[in-house]
Design a protein around this ligand. Structure first.
Ligand code: SAM
Length: 287
């Protein structure tokens, strides 16, 4: 009989956000695989849990999954936790869970906090459906590409972002989705300086720009953007998207056609001259 892998959620700030069941499971298992053992030791001490900890993080995921799998197969039950919130949600765990499925080892969720759900629950934005994007890419061009794709969505988009990139991301949102697009920003949830900002993208940009600095952990939520009249001609927008994002021509043509309310074939024809120039430029560069 194999053991069970318990995927246990831990608090995202407030230590009281721990479920009775999470405490019991963490005390009962043979081993706890934790992203940062020193960090998790504090939480476990708070609840008087003395279970042995072993590290399981982005850099040792593969090798460690193998070791943990061997122990699970021997009948030991193991809990997986991350530094905060739910493992596998923009956190390590995928490799181990996936391997357990493959080996038919039971995987049991012990649910609790997750920043994405906590943030959405207070955002005041439509949540019948939503799309979670995890962390936005750190590089400008890649981030703009993701946001351009978002602008095509009809549901609320949720993303994790680092505080020092908030202003750059908000100005991209204003440019790509429009200043009137509704956003909510949940910062430091469940902690002393907890805050929810709700308003338009432009209001958020103005508000956060006026602050001395933005600190702490945050979640950005973006409502489906209202369609706006394009500020550029078809040719200008084609060139702009090509230069400022990593979108391929097919996606660019689709977005521009949508924004201008014209057939894709029309935009495709306009794009041909630009594509030709691009190919000629490439050939000159390589020749
Ligand atoms: N697994 C976690 C979960 O279930 O929410 C997420 C881990 S991810 C590495 C950390 C990111 O989650 C932070 O950078 C931030 O975007 C978001 N986050 C975590 N705790 C938060 C909090 N208390 N308030 C707002 N956002 C938080």
């Amino acid at each position: 009989m194999s053991g069970t892998l318990y995927v246990v959620a831990t608090p995202i700030g407030n230590l009281e956000d721990m479920t009775y069941r999470a405490v019991r499971i963490l005390a009962e298992v043979v081993l706890i695989a934790a992203e940062d053992t020193r960090h998790s030791r504090k939480l476990l001490s708070h609840y008087g849990i003395a279970t042995r900890l072993i590290s399981y993080h982005d850099h040792n995921e593969k090798g460690r999954a193998e070791q943990l799998l061997a122990r699970l197969k021997e009948g030991e039950s193991i809990a997986l936790i991350s530094d905060a919130g739910t493992p596998c949600i923009a956190d390590p765990g995928y490799e181990l869970v996936q391997r357990c499925h493959h080996e038919e080892i039971p995987v049991v969720a012990v649910p609790g906090s997750s920043a994405v759900i906590a943030a959405l629950s207070i955002a005041g934005l439509p949540t019948e459906g939503f799309r979670f994007l995890g962390f936005l890419p750190a590089k400008t061009q890649a981030r703009r590409t993701v946001l351009q794709r978002c602008s095509d969505e009809s549901t609320t988009q949720v993303m994790y972002e680092a505080p020092h990139r908030l202003l750059a991301t908000l100005s991209d949102i204003v440019e790509i989705c429009g200043g009137e697009c509704r956003v909510a920003i949940a910062r430091e949830l469940t902690k002393r300086h907890e805050e929810l900002f709700a308003g338009t993208a432009q209001e958020a940009l103005t508000d956060f720009s006026e602050r001395e600095s933005v600190k702490g952990e945050l979640v950005i939520m973006l409502a489906a953007a209202p369609r706006q009249a394009p500020a550029m001609t078809i040719a200008e927008q084609l060139l702009h998207l090509r230069q400022t994002t990593d979108l391929d021509w097919k996606e660019i043509v689709k977005l521009v056609a949508r924004d201008h309310g014209v057939a894709g074939s029309e935009v495709y024809r306009e794009s041909l001259a630009l594509r030709k120039k691009e190919v000629e430029g490439d050939e000159e560069g390589s020749g």
